[in-house]
Ligand binder design. Structure first.
Ligand code: ADP
Ligand code: MG
Length: 370
């Protein structure tokens, strides 16, 4: 996860949000917000720092509620902006409920989740999935084939042998890698669109949605917010994925400043998002070092080796699921192949930071001239 420091602009904005919350508490409100929402927050304890969000202009009749919840191993937050405070808070709560529900459905760590059920039985029989989950898996398979397998939801066993699930990095033997590669490959997942069934063609396979789940949860949360009438919001999941819905009251889009993940300060790029998502995969999130070499938690599913040389990849895409999945895919694919894919996808913007062998870094931008 990003370890983030607030920029002064954002701090000011958050102070104003706190003020506007206080003001609104002085009016009589029929709605009683539950404690997790009603608590006043301390801006110094908020993390959001590989990105700064530019503060929206203060407009007296607007409210800016902020809601948060722990899910999928990270903190989700929703920053809303609009005039109907109670309605926005209600919408935000419903969106958080949906994220909690998705955590229970998608986690391969939970005994009762749909993904655990799938992993237990899909080698023996076709397993029926809830339609939206089925379509998420179909989307993942499409992204896998569009990225030549660089993004692959069957890569979990590789992540495991490199010790990342247990949080203790280790270097597996060549035999271990070869044996594990035999159980990895998105093309081994069989699908039946008519009845939304999934079957695994190879024994020992498993699916994990760690590289796409948070982005997908943001999409679903945004849908719920819209359904309940909230129009302008920024939602993030552990800051590695952000969805910007609508725009702040006085602006055309949400303005985000992407900062250097190594110092959390140096601005790298200012981006404008409206109904778009931004996800970042980085080699500083989970890694271990051995013999002077850094091994990160993103594994190339074709070689079974952790990707080398990449610092971070940020992808702006129309949906959270796609930006999340593609940030992982481009991290594996590298600069040249990513650039080629971006030529065919004018709806994407990518910022790639690579080590260049010295203290400086190589920054590449694709899709920004459209
Ligand atoms: P974050 O957790 O910050 O959103 P990513 O979206 O980059 O980070 O996802 C990283 C996770 O994805 C890893 O922890 C691992 O479980 C899984 N993973 C690693 N390599 C791949 C890959 N090539 N394709 C799909 N998932 C992967
Ligand atoms: Mg990802």
């Amino acid at each position: 996860m990003f370890n983030i420091i607030f920029g002064s602009a954002l701090l000011k904005w958050l102070e104003r949000l706190a003020d506007s919350d206080e003001q609104s508490n002085q009016t009589t409100l029929p709605y009683q917000a539950p404690p997790e929402i009603a608590q006043s927050y301390n801006p110094n304890q908020i993390d959001l720092s590989c990105y700064d969000i530019a503060p929206p202009k203060e407009i007296v009749e607007y409210f800016y509620p902020r809601l948060q919840r722990q899910a999928m191993g990270c903190q989700f937050e929703i920053f809303l902006a609009g005039i109907g405070r109670d309605q926005m808070i209600f919408a935000g709560e419903e969106a958080l409920e949906e994220i909690t529900r998705l955590d229970a459905q998608l986690s391969h760590y939970r005994d009762e989740s749909d993904i655990t059920r799938l992993n237990l039985h899909a080698c023996e029989q076709w397993v029926r999935l809830e339609p939206q989950l089925y379509h998420l898996i179909k989307d993942c398979l499409r992204i896998s084939s569009e990225t030549e397998g660089a993004f692959d939801i069957t890569a979990g066993p590789l992540v495991k042998i490199w010790g990342f699930y247990r949080g203790e990095g280790r270097i597996p033997t060549i035999d271990e890698i070869c044996n594990t590669l035999a159980k990895v490959g998105f093309y081994r997942i069989m699908t039946d669109d008519e009845d939304q069934l999934i079957y695994f063609a190879t024994e020992g396979m498993e699916i994990s949605l760690g590289a796409v789940g948070k982005g997908y949860a943001l999409d679903r949360a945004a849908t719920i917010l819209k359904m309940y009438g909230a129009e302008n919001a920024v939602i993030h999941g552990g800051q590695s994925s952000i969805y910007a819905m609508g725009a702040p009251p006085d602006k055309m889009a949400w303005e985000l400043i992407i900062k250097d993940p190594r110092d959390h300060e140096t601005p790298i790029e200012v981006v404008y998002l409206k109904d778009e998502a931004l996800s970042t995969s980085g080699n500083y999130e989970q890694y271990f070092e051995m013999n002077g070499k850094r091994y990160s938690h993103i594994i190339d599913p074709l070689t079974g080796q952790p990707t080398q040389g990449m610092i971070s990849v940020s992808v702006i895409a129309p949906t959270g699921a796609e930006s999340d999945a593609l940030s992982t895919a481009f991290f594996v694919l590298g600069r040249e192949r990513t650039e080629e894919i971006c030529h065919t996808r004018p709806d994407l913007r990518v910022i790639m930071l690579e080590e260049d062998g010295s203290d400086s870094i190589l920054v590449s931008r694709f899709g920004f001239n459209n």
